[in-house]
Design a protein around this ligand. Structure first.
Ligand code: ADP
Ligand code: MG
Length: 252
């Protein structure tokens, strides 16, 4: 069986520092993978290299067996990659719905040119756009506040809106950087439900997260980084008992 995604021996050096040291891992379609490790382990760098924000020093990245190594973010987005950020950036003065519409429009394949020209492809995409904006609002469970301005919404809602914005590009693979940070236990549980919903919808997910309750409860498989090296990989049950992981990260 071919993998949806594969990283082969990814190395990223910053001056003298090796942030990622020959890291390899794969993703199968419909999986939720946890990427964990102490601060500075290389998790965000890994996301940046995958989405093309940073070029790896060496190594190879494949999506559906196509080489995407070093492709810029707008192209990896086109290929089906999306990410959410630790600090959600939404348009505060726009409504929830308008934020999602903007995400769909700004990143749509149709592009701004067609919007201005009002071509037939604009008209047909307008129809499908309406469906997908409603689908996204349902998926992130924010339909009931779709006409409220983002400004002033509860923090948990804003985080969900951030995920909705990432869904605007219709991704096959979604990378989430600390999606449960700052959430209360109820909101964290809601986030886990949302992640499962996205997976059931067909989106493959990678989550960087420090909340071990979320990671252990949600992930099918976990990859552990420490000082840029992959030190372990396996099911939550295996990772929880791995002596090296306990010593470097889980502690106690
Ligand atoms: P994590 O997300 O696991 O906390 P990072 O990927 O942010 O770790 O960082 C890994 C290492 O690379 C850290 O030592 C960090 O200081 C360094 N690093 C990250 N980004 C840069 C950069 N743009 N320039 C120089 N060093 C960086
Ligand atoms: Mg980080």
């Amino acid at each position: 069986m071919t993998h949806l995604f594969q990283a082969f021996d990814i190395t990223k050096k910053f001056a003298g520092l090796v942030a990622l040291d020959q890291v390899s891992f794969h993703l199968d379609e419909g999986e939720i993978l946890g990427l964990i490790g102490p601060n500075g382990a290389g998790k965000s760098t890994c996301f940046n290299v995958i989405t093309g924000t940073l070029k790896p020093t060496s190594g190879r990245i494949e999506l559906r067996e196509q080489d995407i190594t070093g492709m810029p973010p707008y192209l990896t987005a086109h290929m089906g990659l999306a990410r959410t950020f630790q600090h959600t950036t939404v348009f505060q003065h726009l409504t929830v719905r308008e934020n999602i519409e903007a995400a769909c429009w700004l990143r749509s394949k149709v592009g701004l040119g067609c919007t201005l020209l009002r071509t037939s492809s604009y008209r047909s995409s307008e129809i499908s756009l309406k469906t997908s904006v409603d689908d996204i609002l349902s998926m992130i469970d924010l339909r009931h506040v779709q006409d409220s301005r983002a400004k002033g919404l509860p923090y948990g809602y804003l985080r969900r809106l951030g995920i909705g914005i990432a869904l605007g590009t219709n991704p096959a693979l979604l990378l989430m950087d600390e999606p449960a940070a700052g959430l209360n236990p109820t909101e964290s549980a809601e986030f886990s439900k949302l992640a499962r919903r996205l997976r059931d919808f067909g989106i493959t997910i990678v989550i960087v997260e420090h909340d071990m309750k979320v990671i252990m409860g949600l992930c099918d498989r976990i990859v552990v980084l420490n000082y840029g090296k992959k030190i372990a990989e396996g099911s939550p049950g295996v990772i929880r008992r791995d002596p090296q992981v306990i010593e470097s990260y889980l502690g106690k």
